[in-house]
Design a protein around this ligand. Structure first.
Ligand code: KG4
Ligand code: ZN
Length: 424
């Protein structure tokens, strides 16, 4: 359950008092009880409640969240195991699996919440960015619900939802710096408001999660008994704990480029070359697990962590020099699937300690794709009065994303001192 925030306490008092009357009832029972009161005809006693639906990639997820940040119900169907078998996400397969599961997942989240469709304030759904075929399933299903239940619709930007999840678990004010690292994205942005993002840097090629997935696949980690059902990134993190990163020396990418952009393709190719060389040395076929797989996992994870930490350090210095972050309480938020990696978090902690920033990450289950972040983003937009739509006919999904990209960083190199080759 999310940590209770000071601003939630007032509204929670009613719930807590009510809860004491019964012997520890479930949250859905409390809500059913509260709903039975009708203090003034025509007005509901409930807080604003949003149903969130996520299908941008390979997770079918839904959640019901209220405006105090209570997760009333959630459900998720992960396609990871299927895509591990096919060696990557096949969009038509992802689409079919979303189609097969979306109704059940939404129903499960709603039933768990004890909220009836009539009590929802809005339906929020990811419409960008993501895989076109996957986004399409969530959007058309949501349009049906919106028309059937006569509810407002809130279109959600997947990356903005990842970025604002932290405001559900912690009290974080704008502006803050966010690093989003996942399978599809890698970006650094200054978050100035619910829908006001200034992009400071992004990956020029693939995202770190994609790089980890490709390296894990090339290492055949699904054949490793300890990692057979893990995502590539999770498998790399798991194996790296048993490895020695000093057995391989991989240079961090872009060390001469003094901006906040990222690159992971070079790292992928260098690692793949090492794997081919090691296979020859060990006399094994492609497709078998190398005896040095753990050492390589440790080395590639370390190099990625250094690269991510270094670019983030530059972004913090850049924002601090311009006084874009609070001087007394600067915050770096890290989210997205790769943010569940504790080695990378540790590298970022070194950076935030050195720059007097606070590092905040949602719990791992809220870092990877989920319905809660979508519903919460719906709540944020509802409270800010942004993008609340009553006619959904013209709404389209947008596979590619755009954010305001600062040119300033291209011109201003930010000097960093104290960077050595070794990291955490
Ligand atoms: O945010 P997410 O669930 O989906 C996207 O929006 O991409 O992130 C999934 C990505 C995958 O590439 C996966 O390999 C990576 O996050 N990932 C990790 C870890 N857990 C998941 N990468 C590194 N370490 C982890 N522990
Ligand atoms: Zn994501």
């Amino acid at each position: 359950m999310p940590k209770e925030l000071p601003f939630r306490i007032g509204s929670m008092l009613i719930l807590n008092k009510t809860a004491r009357v019964f012997s520890k009832p479930s949250k859905s029972k409390i809500y059913a009880f509260l709903r039975s009161f009708n203090f003034s005809p025509g007005t509901r006693f409930l807080h604003k409640v949003v149903l969130g639906i996520e299908t941008s990639c390979d997770d079918t997820a839904a959640a019901v969240v209220d405006e105090t940040g209570n997760v009333l119900g959630e459900a998720i169907h992960s396609q990871t195991e299927v895509h591990l078998k096919t060696g990557g996400i096949v969009p038509p397969v992802a689409q079919q699996l979303h189609r097969e599961n979306i109704e059940r997942i939404v129903q499960e989240a709603l039933s768990a919440s004890g909220i009836s469709p009539g009590d929802l304030s809005a339906i929020a759904t990811t419409i960008k960015p993501g895989l076109a075929l996957s986004l399409g399933v969530g959007l058309s299903f949501s349009k049906q619900l919106v028309n059937q239940w006569k509810k407002p619709f809130i279109p959600i930007h997947h990356m903005e939802a990842h970025a604002l999840t932290i405001r559900l678990t912690n009290q974080v004010e704008f502006p803050f710096l966010v690093l989003l690292i996942s399978g599809g994205h890698c970006l650094l942005a200054l978050v100035r408001g619910v829908s006001d993002f200034l992009l400071l840097g992004k990956s020029l090629d693939i995202a770190p999660g994609d790089m980890f997935d490709k390296v894990a696949r090339r290492l055949s980690l699904t054949k490793h008994p300890e990692c057979s059902s893990m995502s590539g990134g999770k498998a790399i993190e798991h194996l790296a704990k048993q490895g020695n990163r000093f057995h391989f020396d991989i240079s961090p990418p872009m060390h001469r480029v003094k901006n906040c952009d990222f690159s992971f393709t070079g790292l992928q190719h260098v690692t793949e070359k090492i794997i081919t060389k090691k296979e020859k040395e060990e006399g094994i076929e492609k497709g078998q697990v190398l005896s040095s797989a753990a050492d390589l996992a440790a080395a590639v994870q370390h190099t990625a962590a250094c690269h991510i930490a270094k670019r983030t350090h530059r972004a913090i210095l850049f924002c601090q020099q311009r006084q874009w972050l609070s001087q007394s309480h600067a915050v770096l938020v890290v989210s997205g699937g790769v943010a569940s990696n504790f080695y990378i978090r540790r590298a970022l902690e070194i950076v935030t300690d050195a720059t007097q920033c606070t590092l905040l990450c949602p719990p791992p289950r809220l870092c990877t794709d989920n319905g809660v972040m979508i519903a919460w983003n719906g709540i944020e937009k509802l409270r800010a009065g942004l993008s609340i739509l009553y006619d959904v006919e013209g709404i389209r999904y947008e596979p590619k994303y755009r954010m305001d990209y600062s040119q300033t960083l291209r011109q201003d190199a930010v000097k960093q001192s104290g960077w050595r080759k070794e990291g955490p």
